[in-house]
Write a protein that binds this ligand. Sequence first.
Ligand code: ATP
Length: 604
Amino acid sequence: MLFEVLVKALDSAERTTSRTQLTSILVDLFKKSEPDVIDKVIYLLQGRLWPDWAGLPELGVGVKLLIKAMSKALSVRESDIEALYVKLGDSGKVAEYLKSTRSTQALGGLSKFIQKAEVTKLTVVEVYDTLAKVALAVGEGSRDIKINLIASLISKATPLEAKYIARLVEGRLRLGIGDATIMDALSITFTGSSLNRQIVEYAYNVRADLGNVAKILATKGLDGLRGIAPTPGIPIRPMLAERLSDPQEILDKTGGLALVEYKYDGERAQIHKAGDKVLIFSRRLENITHQYPDVVELARESIKANEAIVEGEIVCIDPETGTMRPFQELMHRKRKHDIHEAVKEYPVAVYLFDALYVDGVNLIGEPIKTRREVLAKTIAENERFRLSEAITVTSASDLEKFFLKAVEDGAEGVMVKAMHAQSIYQAGARGWLWIKYKRDYKSEMIDTVDLVVVGAFKGRGRRGGKIGALLVAAYDPDSDTFQTVCKVGSGFTDEDLSKLDELISPYVIEHKHPRVVSEVEPDVWTVPALVIEVLGAELTLSPQHTCCRGAVKKGAGISIRFPRFIRWRDDKGPEDATTTKELVEMYLKQLKKVTEETVEKVEP
Ligand code: ATP
């Protein structure tokens, strides 16, 4: 497959403001992809070379190195390219400009350069393989190797190809094409209808590698996807919980019987074991094995099966007392350099709550009772590696009692899990089979929410010209769009504010992103990528915002009164943000609470 075919699609995707059109651009592209390169096409579309969890180095060379490569490929002085970069602010545009300008005059004062004849056209495989070599080159001499590899690509590229090669190499493609849009397009391309997206999604949930899923679909069809089973080493997309704050209501939802477990406040860990090899994946399926050498050791010793995929929460504990410490303490584990120091200073325990695969048996479709039994048999428990605290309840009062005990023991609350025959592990989905009931639901706005930055506003006065507020949105998985909720301008410390421009600028685009639904016009638009946690006084209805517009009242969307920034959620991707549906449910809950309180006041 020629690289120019992919590049034309990237260019159209960048220009479009419509999601439908984005999907058709992808369908056209996938139709032209040979089955054995479609995985590479998909990774490149997403600006990467392999799934994040592969634990391999990603692209992302510095601008300086890229400029050296361009200089080498095009025989233009580095200082001239730097000047152009300052002017255009985008290495892609610089590369495109340099490639398309064939005369010295057109470049102003730039020195002479020779445009090499384009002898052979670049293919997707050649570009991918070269980029992979760039990413993987390490150690002595790797800088020169990278420069030569990039220069070789740029010298063969057309201007438009050079634009995207430069952005890819710099790790700045950022088209924001979501997994859901790609799955829709795959389904349409290979099955003729988006109705089969469910099967594609099932496969992706069990094998979080969209490139690989696409390749199986392209080569073996839907049956190939149906046959996909958990494989140690390849993460499974996590099952997520709904939220409620009334024990009786929770129990009603689970059908009167539930497994109630402590909701530990730590980091979710999906632990894969195959023989002696242990891998740990985060909630976002990043490979976090290197942060937890102690957990690797514990898993090796305590998981009795030869092969297993189990899930649990890693929690910081006080080594003296064994009590749980706040979640923030785990952050020390993120520092890579002194990990062995951190292991000693910040010891952890693992509380396991699920088993998804054990020695050849796929447990995803089994009810929780079976999974928990298998988990208990698979783990040789000890102080630091054990099953989550859990009981079975049939009454709201027992649930509430256990909740209070959990909070007293330092847990965040409880996770209530349905136990009926259909209580399977719903990989990649947030549903009512798991319900979280947390202590902070007692506050005014029942919980913080995680919203996606889709635009930003420049400040006035003291913050004149600099970004001072963010336009944030909730995610609607049905339409795969981000619908605006509010503008967040408070809660930032001076330090947070001073970093906003730098944080936002890599994501700035010239027009509203096709997946964003907004009637508010911010000063700059961004690709939906960054997620922030927000707390407000209460949820309100607003004619300005588009979040679930019309769901509660005609013409009104759900918004937040007095929203304030709590923190960046680097651990969440845009699709992990609070959904529009969840916000509606939270709004209705709040309404019910207010009504009940008013009634109580009126009827003493
Ligand atoms: P939050 O921001 O509330 O942590 P989230 O969006 O990250 O939520 P949720 O599905 O809403 O994820 O809450 C479930 C999370 O709670 C899980 O991802 C897991 O990390 C954690 N957890 C702690 N204890 C348990 C347990 N016993 N069973 C399942 N999940 C648990």
